[in-house]
Design a protein around this ligand. Structure first.
Ligand SMILES: Nc1ncnc2c1ncn2[C@@H]1O[C@H](COP(=O)(O)OP(=O)(O)O)[C@@H](O)[C@H]1O
Ligand SMILES: [Mg+2]
Length: 229
């Protein structure tokens, strides 16, 4: 479970998050939607423990308060973040990286999991080096499944993808979704959400949750845009 209470975040003198409350139970998938620059990525970065941000408020994983913990501790406690722009790791193969993420898995287990993500032939290539946008996003979801975290923060997993790639990314999320992980999916387009079983939708505008609802909000955003909030 992820629970956030009155989370504020700033960089320098600029306040970006102005008091966000959110609770995602295990197995639930919440969508965070909002215009560019509204603070969606900041929310993910602050939950993950990125030190560029000064933050206050509380973040709980299950019953444990993590807001004073370092990024690597949060990762060990089961927080996973996929990146809007996944970075390449020259010199590290995907197989090597997979074993770092989950040392308990054998090569055979990693290989068979990679097959499900159509990434088998990428295992002996460097992580995210010379990959297409869609391949990088599949690779992020593969890492998510390897890690099986308590909290999955998926920041614009749909950005830069064509229609078919968005659908295939959504299908991978559905196939690998489980009832022990709390999912937070950030997007500003509704398209990917139409393929997913979304429990709640939060509209973030100007660093605050302007409205929370269920799937009907996706249509509301589609027809009226973000200026209505
Ligand atoms: N590292 C940073 N330095 C300065 N300003 C930042 C930084 N990161 C984010 N911001 C600012 O915070 C606001 C929210 O950014 P962000 O969380 O990336 O928005 P979103 O993901 O919703 O598009 C933007 O105005 C952005 O310019
Ligand atoms: Mg962003």
């Amino acid at each position: 479970m992820l629970k956030i209470e009155n989370l504020k975040a700033s960089i320098g003198e600029v306040e970006i998050l102005k008091g966000v409350d959110l609770e995602i139970k295990p197995g639930e998938l919440h969508a965070v939607m909002g215009p560019n620059g509204s603070g969606k990525s900041t929310l993910c970065h602050v939950v993950m423990g990125n030190k560029d941000y000064k933050s206050e408020g509380s973040i709980f994983i299950d019953e444990e308060e993590i807001s004073k913990k370092q990024q690597n501790e949060r990762s060990e406690m089961g927080v996973f973040q996929s990146f809007q722009y996944p970075v390449g790791l020259p010199g590290v193969t995907l197989l090597e990286f997979s074993k770092i993420i989950n040392p308990d898995l054998s090569d055979d287990e990693i290989t068979s999991l990679a097959e499900g993500f159509k990434l088998k032939e990428f295992l002996d290539r460097e992580v995210n080096v010379d990959l297409s946008g869609g391949e990088k996003k599949r690779c992020e979801l593969f890492q998510l499944t390897l890690k099986n975290p308590k909290v999955a923060l998926l920041d614009e997993i749909d950005s830069g993808l064509d229609i078919d790639a968005i659908k295939s990314v959504a299908e991978l999320i559905n196939e690998n979704r489980n009832n022990t992980t709390a999912y937070l999916i950030v997007t500003h387009y509704s398209r990917i959400l139409n393929y997913l079983d979304v429990d709640k939708v939060h509209i973030v505008v100007n660093g605050e949750i302007a409205k929370t609802g269920t799937k009907e909000l996706i249509e509301e955003v589609d027809s009226g845009g973000y200026t209505q909030y």
